[in-house]
Design a binder for this molecule. Structure first.
Ligand code: FMN
Length: 180
């Protein structure tokens, strides 16, 4: 089975995206995928103060290499001010160019406190992933009003959202296998 990086798109302590990533990790593990959760909370932001783009930065390398060693990526993206968190863009800007993400299967889950489930954030992030020639999995999941619509025991409490999540999980596994 393939290796999957589940990436929490924020560095906010106690973030709901982290909770969702943990739940999704269970779903993939149950299906035999070698999944691991990575978080922007561990991105070494201090190492990029001053803008050392293109320099050899051991802390950045140590953070990104296990992610880039995976066969597929799943981003859990919260909506911050109608977009995705800035730390996630900084992470992208310190990936090797142009190779990182080329032909990499990527799936997306959006999470928000508001009514639109991070649709804007995911679509904006997908523009960046598409620019980097990723293979975006078309079935995305958007979780609105996360605190109300998620339970750690049951997952997504809106039946349609849970169904979409399970469809995405099963479909993405199939997609990645076919791309290998
Ligand atoms: C800086 C910031 C900006 C936010 N902007 C939005 C927003 O534009 N729309 C929205 O629905 N929720 C917004 N939220 C709420 C998050 O979507 C909410 O916290 C959700 O649980 C996912 O983020 P989390 O992983 O940080 O918990 C914002 C939260 C923060 C910290």
């Amino acid at each position: 089975m393939f290796k999957l990086a589940i990436i929490v798109g924020t560095d906010r302590p106690n973030s709901k995206s982290q909770v969702m990533a943990k739940y999704v990790h269970e779903l993939y593990s149950e299906r035999g995928v070698d999944a691991q959760v990575f978080s922007m909370a561990d991105f070494p932001l201090g190492s990029v103060i001053g803008g050392p783009y293109g320099k050899n930065l051991p802390e950045i390398e140590a953070f990104r290499e296990p992610i880039l060693a995976c066969n597929a990526l799943l981003f859990v993206i919260p909506e911050y001010n109608g977009s995705f968190p800035g730390v996630l863009k900084v992470f992208i800007d310190y990936l090797p160019f142009p190779d990182a993400f080329v032909a990499t299967p990527i799936a997306y889950i959006g999470i928000s406190a508001g009514a639109f489930g991070s649709l804007r954030a995911v679509e904006q992030f997908q523009m960046v992933a598409n620019y980097r020639n990723a293979l975006s999995y078309p079935e995305r999941v958007f979780v609105s009003r996360f605190s109300k619509n998620f339970s750690t025991d049951l997952g997504l409490t809106v039946p349609l959202e849970q169904e979409l999540l399970l469809n995405q999980t099963n479909g993405f596994i199939d997609f990645v296998k076919r791309m290998q």
